[in-house]
Write a protein that binds this ligand. Structure first.
Ligand code: PA5
Length: 444
């Protein structure tokens, strides 16, 4: 079992009766997932994905990763939201947030098209100067503005640098199997393409080609990642009484008790992007119909010197979920120093990880004293297997939780609001855009 839920830091915050009140709803949610008859049931492909994936495409991903590793210094991964966060999370978690600066035999990896900052794009282009480049453009719909703009820029760069034929060998497109403008362009240009399955939504797609190609290019073992997810599926899918269901029960019990903010905490900076992935997963899945637990994140002890004050002492509407990683393989120790001018002699020789663990225990107790309970998820290690396991744990718990809240966890209608306004303000042709544009300009 790669994840164990520890309730030690929940004592006194929630009663068995309150937890029992949620249980029928989570049990019903699991039944609904099993029967595949709930809201959004055409997006349940992620449930069996760890065992039911396309093995031929999986081998093609590994082959493409090898080709990319051999042919470039810089690998640009273009995508936004679910078409970006999972891959970056995995690479930073398993390898390092400093992956690009490490000594390695794999290309540097940069992410583009996940925003509209001209500065970010300028900087990336300057990094690419004089380097060999490959590009993976990822968009399930194939029509999202941010990655489409970035891809225009990089396609132009590659075609100028390598010619149309050369560029074709360096561009890989991950998109719908049949529709969307990216699919049309890829077919027309002859790019190698990978498929985002119809029944897997963006934020549940890290274990498809969306995440797996960049993850494999970084040198991670994607077989092990799928094995981890498969082990979690075996442990949780369709079952009540698991730690996965329990996590959903506890967070919903807190929500019903007025704690509407969940802060995901970890004591390692390599978790930063995993927390960003988790925020998208929970935020887009649960935040609708006027409901939802607001997902926030912190990295401790760093953020104990910023957000720590708010968590310890601010409005008591929060609970924390701490991912406690048992084995990181870190070697760093506190050095000995006879002069001991800094007074640290009492911890000389201790590993940084053991000091960090004491910081976790101290913080959990202090936050409990301050009224902020901690759910603890103990994760064995930062291996590929454990990353895959954790992905499935959070996805399945998210689906249970969403149904328990009474929302459709698999759609994201709210994302359209800004898009419609932006298209109208940018002057996209079409009667609907024109009418909206006039109304928005009057308001501006
Ligand atoms: O979870 C989701 O569905 C979204 O976050 C999408 O992944 C995101 O909007 C990007 O969409 P697309 O892959 O179609 O470009």
């Amino acid at each position: 079992m790669a994840i164990k839920l520890n309730e030690k830091y929940l004592k006194g915050f929630i009663t068995e009766d309150e937890l029992n009140a949620v249980k029928p709803d989570t049990a019903k949610a699991i039944e609904t997932l099993n029967a595949r008859n709930g809201k959004g049931n055409d997006f349940l492909g992620w449930i069996d994905l760890p065992v039911n994936y396309d093995k031929v495409e999986f081998e093609a991903i590994k082959k493409a990763a090898e080709k990319i590793k051999k042919s470039c210094d810089v690998f640009i991964v273009i995508g936004i939201g679910g078409s970006y966060l999972g891959a970056r999370a995995a690479i930073e978690f398993v390898k390092s947030p400093l992956y690009n600066s490490l000594k390695k035999d794999t290309p540097d990896i940069y992410f583009a098209g996940n925003g509209l900052s001209g500065t970010a794009l300028d900087e990336l282009l300057s990094i690419c100067e004089g380097k060999d480049i490959c590009v993976n453009v990822i968009s399930k719909s194939g029509t999202t503005t941010e990655p489409a703009i970035a891809f225009r820029v990089f396609r132009d760069l590659l075609e100028k640098k390598y010619g149309e034929e050369g560029a074709k060998e360096r561009i890989f497109a991950t998109t719908d199997k049949a529709k969307g403008s990216l699919k049309m362009l890829a077919d027309q240009k002859g790019y190698e393409t990978f498929v985002v399955p119809d029944d897997v939504g963006g934020r549940f797609s890290v274990l498809t080609a969306v995440g797996l190609l960049p993850i494999a290019v970084a040198g991670c073992d994607i077989d092990k990642m799928m094995e981890g997810a498969a082990a979690a599926r075996e442990a949780y899918n369709g079952k009540v009484g698991t730690d996965c269901e329990r996590y959903a029960i506890i967070r919903n019990a807190f929500y019903r008790n007025g704690k509407a903010i969940e802060i995901l905490a970890c004591y390692h900076s390599f978790f930063t992007m995993t927390a960003e992935w988790w925020k998208q997963l929970y935020g887009e899945s649960e935040g609708k119909d006027g409901k939802g637990i607001f997902p926030a994140s912190v990295i401790f002890s760093t953020d104990l010197h910023s957000m720590g004050q708010m968590i310890q002492d601010g409005v008591r509407n929060i609970f924390e979920t701490v991912v406690d990683i048992k084995e990181t393989g870190a070697k760093a120790v506190v050095p000995s120093d006879e002069a001991n001018l800094d007074g640290l002699g009492f911890i000389a020789g201790q590993s940084l990880d053991s000091v960090n663990h004491k910081a976790f225990q101290a913080t959990a107790l202090a936050h409990c004293d301050g009224g902020a309970p901690n759910i603890v998820l103990e994760l064995d290690s930062k291996s590929e297997f454990d990353f895959g396991y954790m992905v499935y744990f959070f996805e399945y718990a998210c689906a249970i939780s969403g149904y328990t809240l009474g929302v459709n966890p698999f759609d994201q209608p709210g994302v359209e609001g800004y898009k419609k306004n932006m298209y109208a303000l940018l002057g996209k042709p079409g009667a609907e855009n024109e009418a909206r544009r006039a109304e928005l300009l009057a308001r501006l």
